[in-house]
Design a protein around this ligand. Structure first.
Ligand code: UDP
Ligand code: MN
Length: 485
């Protein structure tokens, strides 16, 4: 058994997936690829990989939706190229820029296959990518089937597998990656099992076309880019659908450093879109979004009555249900406030995992400034030396990072200007001591949901101190990782 000889999880997954057999009566798929000013090579790589790696009997058609691109190579040259390539490719051109959400809606309306499969325009689908997605949707019409998104390096275009994670979101309404519980990988049989996920990244998924329609497709009021992934995630879960990640389906995606386009109307389409999503789906929990993004409370979000009517018509469940049942890992700032009253007199933390926390940029680890950490000790970056004591941080079930018994990483003071994060007595209240690993573009940051900020070292004379800053990938110093033991 090759699988047990290799200890790398990825090879084990590939090995097990290759042995999987899929039913012979799989439905046919319409592959929908929207693009705006995509590079020639990446667009063509996407199309060719689909043609090469999709069994002909499963490919109903490829629908390419051009969202009014201006680049010259996407005009006649592209049409001619596709014309000679394959009979079942349709290229539709939108007369003016609609943004990715309305472009996808357009593609969905043109498509006639039983299953819709959406892809970004800079992907490479992997071997046997489609069968597991179609098998899932065929077995369960209510399920959106999501491939594992592998990484294509935007500098070298190299393809690299990524690890299994779930989708979440933070109160700033950004998509986050959620780790699977550590014991998930104890049982090899679970490696290729579909994984229920609270949210999806957005670009790549398969869904029954009719069901997609019944559940309200997409909100056509969403502009340019952003927010639609949380919208469809909340809506499907709250209204009777499901979202599952299918480990045997793998699609590479080029993660770019920045998006090479702006919004036609100017402004921040992501924030405006998120407000529409939050107002329709999140009930009272919208307050946490407004706490993190105060500008969202007063933004003009257009008319949402059609979406509210849809929610009523589909008799969708409250957001509270979604958080409780589908996303119990989410930190809810207020609910957990005041919990201290109910804490047992001697609060005992349950540990999930532990290890030194390394700063990516400097290669240094988070340590206490005082040789023996005490309450109110400031934190700094020091050489990573596992032999030394006081380098191992334990993640507790309450999302704390505990350095020594009952002393936790506390953001309290770091939220004020020029004051630093420090060690505080662990309180289990999931507020200033709650830390969530947020992953964007494969950069891990330590996010504190209560403040909506990320842990970031600042240079202070010849050493560093830890403080809290608005999360941005521009600050290279804010990238950390736990060297798990
Ligand atoms: N896209 C589009 N119209 C737009 C913006 C984006 O058709 O106004 C397409 C884009 O070409 C890509 C997909 O939508 O195929 C998703 O956008 P992008 O890849 O920029 O998002 P990311 O993957 O960075 O989240
Ligand atoms: Mn993309």
């Amino acid at each position: 058994n090759r699988c047990s000889k290799r200890n790398r999880i990825y090879f084990c997954i590939v090995c097990r997936c290759q042995a999987e057999k899929y039913r012979s009566d799989l439905p046919k798929a319409s592959i929908i690829i929207c693009f705006y000013n995509e590079a020639w090579s990446t667009l063509i790589r996407t199309v060719h990989s689909v043609l090469n790696r999709t069994p002909a009997q499963l490919l109903h058609e490829i629908v390419l939706v051009d969202d009014a691109s201006e680049l010259a190579h996407l005009q006649a040259k592209l049409a001619e190229y596709l014309w000679s390539l394959h009979p079942n490719i349709t290229l539709v051109r939108l007369p003016d820029r609609q943004g990715l959400i309305r472009a996808r809606l357009y593609g969905a309306h043109v498509a006639t296959g039983e299953v819709l499969v959406f892809l970004d325009s800079h992907c490479e689908v992997n071997k046997q990518w489609l069968e597991p997605l179609l098998a899932k949707v065929a077995d369960s019409r209510r399920t959106i089937a999501i491939p594992v998104i592998d990484m294509i390096n935007s500098g070298t275009f190299e393809y690299k597998e990524s690890s299994l994670v779930k989708g979440g979101f933070n109160w700033g309404m950004h998509y986050t990656w959620e780790h699977l519980p550590q014991d998930y990988f104890k049982d090899e049989r679970s490696y290729i099992e579909p994984i229920e996920t609270p949210t999806m990244a957005g670009g790549l998924f398969a869904v029954n076309r009719q069901y997609f329609r019944e559940k309200g497709e997409y909100d056509p009021g969403l502009d340019t880019w952003g927010g639609e992934n949380l919208e469809i995630s909340f809506r499907f879960w709250q209204c009777g659908g499901r979202l599952e990640i299918i480990p045997c389906s793998r699609v590479g995606h080029v993660f770019r450093q920045r998006r090479p386009y702006g919004s036609p109307g100017g402004g921040d389409s992501m924030l405006r879109n998120s407000v529409r999503v939050a107002r329709v789906w999140m009930d009272d929990y919208i307050q946490y979004f407004f706490q993190v993004q105060p500008a969202a409370a007063s933004i003009d979000y257009g008319n949402i009555t059609a979406r509210i009517d849809l929610r009523k018509k589909l008799e969708c469940k409250p957001f509270q249900w979604y958080l409780r049942i589908i996303y119990p890992e989410q930190v809810i700032p207020d609910k957990d406030h005041g919990r201290s009253r109910n804490l047992p007199p001697k609060y005992k933390a349950k540990f999930k995992r532990g290890g030194p926390i390394k700063n990516k940029e400097t290669g240094l680890c988070i340590v206490s400034e005082d040789e023996v950490p005490v309450r109110n000790s400031l934190l700094t970056l020091g050489s990573c030396d596992i032999q030394k004591k006081y380098q191992v941080w334990n993640e507790t079930e309450d999302k704390e990072l505990m350095l020594v018994y009952n002393l936790c990483l506390d953001a309290q003071d770091g939220m004020r200007k020029n004051v630093y994060a420090k060690l505080g007595k662990c309180d289990g209240m999931k507020r200033t001591q709650a830390w969530v690993w947020s992953i964007k573009n494969y950069v891990y940051q330590l996010y504190n949901p209560t403040s909506g900020k990320c842990l970031a070292p600042v240079k202070d004379g010849d050493k560093y101190h830890l403080t809290l800053e608005i999360c941005t990938l521009n600050n290279k110093l804010s990238a950390f990782m736990m060297e798990e033991r």
